[in-house]
Write a protein that binds this ligand. Structure first.
Ligand code: SF4
Length: 62
């Protein structure tokens, strides 16, 4: 079986700047309470996830 990488947002560190949503709206969104959530996908496109990790100003995406 292929290993699948799933992005995790460390909400205690997230400053809700929205960069990840702008970078990868297909993966990250703001939920109703204003926190970032990872959209459930069967497969997460790795280059996009890596971009979000790279651009997150507080490095809270793992
Ligand atoms: S880029 Fe990082 S700090 Fe900004 S909203 Fe996304 S997870 Fe939070």
């Amino acid at each position: 079986m292929n290993e699948m990488k799933v992005p995790i947002v460390e909400l205690s560190e997230c400053i809700a700047c929205g960069v990840c949503v702008e970078t990868c709206p297909e993966i990250f969104r703001f939920n109703d309470t204003g926190y970032i959530e990872v959209i459930e996908l069967a497969v997460y496109p790795e280059p996009n996830v890596n971009d979000a990790i790279k651009y997150c100003p507080v490095d809270c995406i793992h």
